[in-house]
Design a protein around this ligand. Sequence first.
Ligand code: BG6
Length: 487
Amino acid sequence: MSARPASLLVIFGATGDLAQRMLLPSLYGLFRDELLPKSFRILGTARSELDDAQFRAAVEDTLRKRVPGEDRDDASITRFLGALHYQNAALDDATAAQTLTARIAALRDGDVLFHLSTAPRFYAPICELLGAAGLAGAGTRVMLEKPIGHDLASALAINDGVTRVFDESQVFRVDHYLGKEGVQNLLALRFGNALFEPLWNARHIEQVQITVAETIGVEGRGDYYDHSGASRDMLQNHLLQLLCLAAMEPPAHFDPSAVRNEKLKVLRSLRPIVGGDVVTHSVAGQYTAGAVDGVAVPGYRDELGRDSGTETYIALRAHVDNWRWSGVPFYLRTGKRMPRRCTEIYLQFRAVPHSIFAGTGAHTDPNALVITLQPEERIELSLMHKTPGLDRSGLKLSRVTLDLDVHDAFLHSRRRLAYERLYLDAIEGNGTLFVRRDETEAAWQWIDGILDGWRTQGVVPKSYPAGTWGPSNSVALTERHGHSWRE
Ligand code: BG6
């Protein structure tokens, strides 16, 4: 693949929600800071019949709404809009498709990056169209949004369709969590410090918890969400990527093959949760009406406007069956309408092997490391400390926390949107923070096992009131094994 940066980006689905919320604001951020290649152009395409001027007006509106005042200025907005173009195209209309490819060819003056942000069923047909128009050879690459299918079979079909046209090295599958600073910092923390790695294994770690809790509901995306549920929408991708980064072996280099090879090994070491195991190792939930942050919110079915058996919460007790993690439970959970927004990785270390304080009545808690990725990045290490005093009635110990507020530590660094990083990497052809085909497929295979188990065992989501930490049986998932969720 050419190492030249792409000078043209074509966004399929340019009028969609993701483009408005994330993609265009991120591109504007890069443009404003002059991080995009010189004479970079963006061509948006979708079904809506707009001309360049109408598209630019709509994007201007979006930027004024979405980009905070201190991060935008009129002059750079005007220049950014000047780099935007639009071509409407209904992809099932051969003439429209031809007009689109002709427009791409006319705008192209170097490498091209295609970003497919449409329903995934269009990915293979779009790639075919591009291939037939001679737009898939050297100097082209394609970014694909999640979800790549809804199970292994559909993921295989999409990946086959895409890679019939583009070589795997030209394909950049997005998991926007990998573009987040906090997620990348997990690698920095693990592999940039000698301190943690000797302890990062079954000998010293008792349990790991990975939580991605959201306070939002389905926010008008009910039609999509109801076919996905938490398992496909969050677990198959974001949670499993976090698990990979937390559990993988040190890669030899920070490069696309080395990092993705190690992540793949983790996915392939996940113990299948199939058949009757789903009853003891998984919990599905669906929120009912409740209150989040003191505000009353409707239940999932009311939001959706119909009955549904889709899970808005999933919790698992997973195992990575390899030498490093033998016997260590990885508790994973994600849900909508939880009490607070929080993405964190919690590692509880084993208790001291022998307490010299046993006779004094002093109690020792196990050490714990909490890596919070959202809403603020924070790293907390809990330690036992002597409670100050003369100890006339016996020595006392208290738990104290070394607490690093990453925001304060890097007060003057601008926080970037995940897509800013991902776009720059894809424009430059660096796939380290993108998901390789085999990773996606291994993740689907594991998820399919759980969903099949739910079907055969008749598992249906248990309800939980919005604003709580999931259904009551999620407590038993950990407590049965002497652990508790961190809340
Ligand atoms: C998306 C899911 O991939 O991630 C959404 O489709 C979810 O349902 C979102 O809300 C969460 O992303 P973030 O960046 O807000 O944690």
